[in-house]
Design a protein around this ligand. Structure first.
Ligand code: NAG
Ligand code: NAG
Ligand code: NAG
Ligand code: NAG
Ligand code: NAG
Ligand code: NAG
Length: 441
């Protein structure tokens, strides 16, 4: 199992600051991704009460993206997903526990002492149950209702307690990823929007890799607004969330070594709440300040109304908020730019120059296509999934890991049973349409 590594960047509308040019070095691990970006409308595959499953893409070599629309009360949405995807949920949960048992050993040193002890004595499921007990008082009832619905709807021998345990996995094993937020002078369109990247590196040996989907929630009256989560069947938290107004990126914060608390809100539930309920960056920062936080992660918060992005160092004890002016800059790895905040996939502060050199090279044109082709392709970040939020157009681009595509010179060479998301075809989703979509008959 790989620790999750993630990157993010944000671009902002501010006056351009003159910067010493940074040499572009050919020290990136990947090559540009020139594979197709599918933009056709999702095609209905199956519909039951409260849920409809769609596919986007040609299906060739597994290049299909699943889009699941959910409607109604939290329990009804959970129940419908459980029922519609019962077979996939059943195989995912079984593969997940097998994987934890087989692979947790080398990673155990990263975990808090109390959790290590439980794993050694009673196994990983017991450690997850320990996390469940500590976080349960802080989990909103609507999440628990949805989880109960999922177990009931699946009706596949996986009980509520087991589904809950699966949901504490991100608290135990965090991802190392990349992100950015880019606005104003950092993107092609200075007239007012923000673009945001979220690349999830969680390892292609993680069984979740075979169960990706985009869930589009249409909550009942009083429970926020429609939002999307790039997630896995049977997993209702969100580590990649977009609500049209606010969207979130995430990355493990490994260099933080002060106290963590296991008791509090799992961060993926907080990330989902931000997309579902928040309207501005301040809403999400207030949510972060006022929540009982657990472990340390970097979060990326983008907002269409603010047309800005903030990187947040989030931990049990403190919250540090960074914009394009105060993000720690050091050359050559991390230049500072007006309207751009980025974090590469390595432990921060990172001396790796790949992402910084790409930000320098493509500064001013950090749109979806440039990011997909030239940024992520080259950084080779986003193995499990990656998403690009274009708030101005209310469009997201998504890629998920899957079966290998041909090594045709159009992307990073793939030499395993699975191809990483950053090297595969991408999918363009018109969220304006998807958020407005009513339940299929
Ligand atoms: C979905 O679930 C709710 C219960 O929350 C129910 O009232 C509604 O009729 C269901 N069906 C659809 C299509 O939303
Ligand atoms: C994902 O599915 C493929 C094809 O069935 C399989 O070869 C691979 O081992 C699976 N990956 C994981 C991590 O289970
Ligand atoms: C935190 O880091 C400091 C400096 O690197 C080290 O001395 C200390 O032992 C670390 N604390 C923990 C709890 O790992
Ligand atoms: C520029 O931004 C505006 C406002 O967000 C949007 O309507 C327009 O489509 C954008 N243009 C491009 C080329 O993305
Ligand atoms: C699918 O895989 C086959 C065999 O590797 C290859 O010839 C073909 O070009 C691939 N198609 C796409 C769309 O990647
Ligand atoms: C690379 O992609 C382009 C455009 O999608 C396609 O025309 C071309 O055939 C691909 N190259 C190879 C070697 O398949």
């Amino acid at each position: 199992m790989t620790m999750m590594t993630c990157s993010f960047w944000a671009v902002a509308l501010v006056a351009l600051v003159a910067l010493a040019p940074v040499a572009i070095r050919a020290d990136c691990p990947g090559t540009p991704n020139l594979r197709p970006i599918y933009s056709s409308d999702p095609v209905l595959v199956k519909s039951i009460e409260n849920a409809s499953l769609y596919h986007v893409g040609t299906g060739e070599n597994g290049t299909t993206l699943r889009v699941l629309h959910l409607y109604g009360s939290p329990y009804a949405m959970g129940y419908a997903q459980g029922q519609l995807l019962a077979d996939d949920i059943k195989t995912m949960v079984a593969a997940f526990f097998e994987y934890l048992d087989d692979t947790i050993a080398p990673y155990i040193n990263w975990l808090p002492q109390d959790v290590q002890k439980i794993i050694l004595e009673d196994g990983p499921a017991a450690a997850l149950q320990f996390e469940v007990d500590l976080t349960m008082p802080y989990i909103s009832q609507y999440f628990l209702d949805e989880i109960r619905g999922l177990a009931d709807g699946c009706n596949c021998g996986i009980d509520y307690k087991t589904v809950l345990q699966v949901h504490l996995f991100p608290e135990l094993i965090k991802a190392s990823c990349s992100m950015f937020g880019a606005w104003g002078p950092a993107i092609a369109n200075v007239s007012g929007t923000v673009n945001q990247l979220r690349a999830l590196d969680w390892g292609l040996d993680n069984p979740l890799v075979n169960y990706s989907l985009v869930a589009v929630y249409h909550p009942e009256e009083g429970l926020g607004h429609p939002f999307a989560s790039v997630t896995f069947n049977g997993f209702i938290g969100s580590i990649t969330s977009y609500g049209g107004l606010v969207g979130m990126s995430e990355k493990v914060w490994l260099s933080y070594n002060e106290s963590a608390s296991r008791a509090g809100v799992p961060f993926h539930f907080l990330m989902r709440d931000a997309a579902q309920f928040d309207r501005t960056i301040d809403d999400t920062l207030n949510r972060i300040y006022n929540s009982k936080r657990t472990c340390s992660v970097h979060l990326g918060v983008g907002s269409s109304l603010d047309k800005q992005f903030r990187a947040v160092e989030y931990s049990h004890e403190e919250v540090l908020v960074y914009d394009d002016k105060n993000y720690p800059s050091y050359l050559p790895a991390h230049p500072l730019f007006d309207g751009l905040v980025f974090i590469n996939k390595h432990v921060q502060p990172s001396s790796d120059t790949c992402m910084g050199s790409l930000m320098t090279k493509y500064y001013g044109s950090l749109d979806a296509e440039t990011t997909i082709r030239n940024v992520l392709g080259n950084t080779a970040s986003g193995d499990m999934h990656a998403a690009f939020y274009d708030y101005g157009n209310n469009v997201i681009h998504v890629s998920v890991a899957g079966l290998p595509v041909a090594n045709d010179g159009n992307g990073t060479v793939i030499d395993g049973p699975m191809a990483p998301a950053h090297a595969r075809p991408w999918f363009r989703l018109d969220m304006e349409k998807l958020f407005a979509q009513t339940q299929a008959q």
